[in-house]
Ligand binder design. Structure first.
Ligand code: SF4
Ligand code: SF4
Ligand code: SF4
Length: 315
């Protein structure tokens, strides 16, 4: 695959789809409540008004296509870090670790939900970040705003040690032992976004997780492009480590590369250096493929371990 533009468009569409899915799942809470309380469109209209009746009827019709609407609706739901879609569970690896540390037991449903995210990482590396994570769409937008602002004002490009995320993961796990899993709204941007959407749509209120989102957004705007993803979010670091030897990866044809060019390094939001065959933390977003003047970057089966990778794997 050489078309970075196609990858970029696909990544925007899939992430927007995930945001819409989260909104739908939040609305589903209202449907569950209406089903339990009234189980009748006319009663829903009398009690909640006409728009709710329309919503109730449409959702009912949607799930009726698959079977009993109440049962089918039950197969879908959850929050960003543990979701069921059509009965198939998806679990965030950090959530699984957090539950394991806190409850000291491994729940089968939670464990099964790890199969798809971990398989994705083992096959394609950190693609979750570019194609699934709803928060990354926010950071993608902020990076465009930052680029625009940087034309008029100087903005710093700060960096931290990559291991900082591991510290946040360890600190979050320890804190979760004391105050519960809610601590992850302070460290996981997609969790904060999911909570914010859920509270806004299901309860019509503002969650304190909105404050976390604002902080993450400001970090990205003021400290550096996708600063939060590179130095704060432990999920990205974890998936990057799991997928560090993924089956598919970014490939670089050194023979076609221009010695004086550094465009791929400059444009990469994750600060990967494709020019030097580095692939760790690559989310396959496609930005470097779009900008490469000689089209010497592509995505395909991973090349045998290079010297740079072997060094960076031991960092
Ligand atoms: S690093 Fe975290 S917040 Fe950023 S894109 Fe990946 S999972 Fe989402
Ligand atoms: S190296 Fe960077 S810009 Fe290129 S695909 Fe990977 S994450 Fe995107
Ligand atoms: S953008 Fe292309 S030509 Fe330029 S350094 Fe990167 S791989 Fe080489």
């Amino acid at each position: 695959m050489r078309s970075g533009r196609t990858l970029l468009v696909v990544s925007i569409i899939t992430r927007a789809g995930v945001v819409l899915l989260l909104c739908f799942l939040a609305l589903l809470t209202n449907y569950h409540n209406l089903k339990q309380a009234y189980n009748n469109p006319r009663l829903v209209e009398l009690s909640e008004g006409r728009p709710m009746r329309v919503f109730y009827e449409k959702t009912d019709a949607l799930f009726s296509a698959f079977g009993d609407p109440a049962e089918e609706a039950q197969k879908n739901g959850g929050m960003t870090w543990s979701i069921r879609i059509g009965g198939i569970p998806f679990t965030d690896p950090v959530a699984a670790l957090s539950v394991l540390v806190k409850s000291h037991r491994w729940e089968l449903g939670f464990g099964l939900g790890l199969i798809i995210p971990l398989s994705l990482a083992l096959l394609f590396g950190r693609v979750f970040c570019a194609y699934v994570c709803p928060a990354s769409l926010l950071f993608f937008t902020i990076s465009r705003i930052r680029r625009l602002v940087a034309k008029f004002f100087w903005l710093p490009e700060c960096s931290l040690h990559r291991g900082f995320c591991w510290g946040i993961l360890a600190g979050g796990l320890i804190t979760a032992l004391w105050i519960g899993h809610g601590v992850w709204t302070l460290a996981l941007p997609y969790f904060a976004l999911g909570q914010t959407l859920f509270h806004g749509i299901a309860y019509g209120g503002i969650s304190f997780s909105l404050g976390s989102l604002v902080v993450f957004g400001l970090l990205d705007l003021m400290m550096g492009r996708q600063f939060t993803c590179r130095y704060v979010c432990p999920t990205g670091r974890l998936l990057g480590a799991i997928g560090s030897r993924s089956v598919f990866a970014l490939r670089h044809q050194a023979g076609d590369c221009v010695d004086t060019c550094t465009s791929c390094i400059d444009v990469c939001p994750m600060k990967v250096q494709p020019k030097f065959d580095e692939t760790r933390d690559c989310s396959m977003c496609g930005e470097c493929l779009t900008i490469c003047p000689t089209r010497c970057l592509s995505i395909g089966l991973r090349k045998p371990l290079s010297k740079v990778d072997s060094i960076s794997c031991h960092e």
